[in-house]
Design a protein around this ligand. Sequence first.
Ligand SMILES: NC(=O)c1ccc[n+]([C@@H]2O[C@H](COP(=O)([O-])OP(=O)(O)OC[C@H]3O[C@@H](n4cnc5c(N)ncnc54)[C@H](O)[C@@H]3O)[C@@H](O)[C@H]2O)c1
Length: 156
Amino acid sequence: MKIIVTGSAGSFGSAFSHGMGDVPGAKTIGVDELSRRGAAANLVWFNKHSVDHVFEQLDVTSASDMDDLLGHHPDADAVVHVSAHSAVTSSVTDTRHDRDTSARGTLNANEAVRPHTPGAALLFSSTNKVVEWSQVHCRRSSPPGRGQTQEGAHDV
Ligand SMILES: NC(=O)c1ccc[n+]([C@@H]2O[C@H](COP(=O)([O-])OP(=O)(O)OC[C@H]3O[C@@H](n4cnc5c(N)ncnc54)[C@H](O)[C@@H]3O)[C@@H](O)[C@H]2O)c1
């Protein structure tokens, strides 16, 4: 099973890629622009923990790069699209960048899947900007992401 993960060095992407390491025969191809603080540290973490993860630095806002990526992996079974500009704070001060990364990136992922891997599942997560954090319970033990290990309810 081959899975392409966008935003593979972020919180969701790195946790997913790490988890896939336990699935026999699974291979993840991760792409990330590495713009998020802590993203590069997650790649170091992958190497340290021998996670079988092929990584390529790529910007999902580039339609041609996304097209090339899927064109090189027509045997992909799924695309887990979790690259995003996820910081709520800067999303309201830099709205164009926020929309470009999240909306255009998702459009590019969809448009690249369609011709190259029409049978593949495209999975994405809704924005955390709609999550009410006071009600979120999360358990995160690895990888370290932005340096924290969290368990229990966020209280913000
Ligand atoms: N973490 C949560 O609790 C949570 C909850 C609900 C929804 N979500 C959503 O899930 C998605 C992923 O969240 P996350 O917490 O993993 O975010 P994150 O910021 O940890 O990871 C996003 C990754 O995308 C990468 N990225 C940013 N711009 C890019 C670009 N142009 N091209 C390629 N890569 C790029 C960043 O470098 C980063 O590694 C987001 O859409 C977020 O809104 C997250």
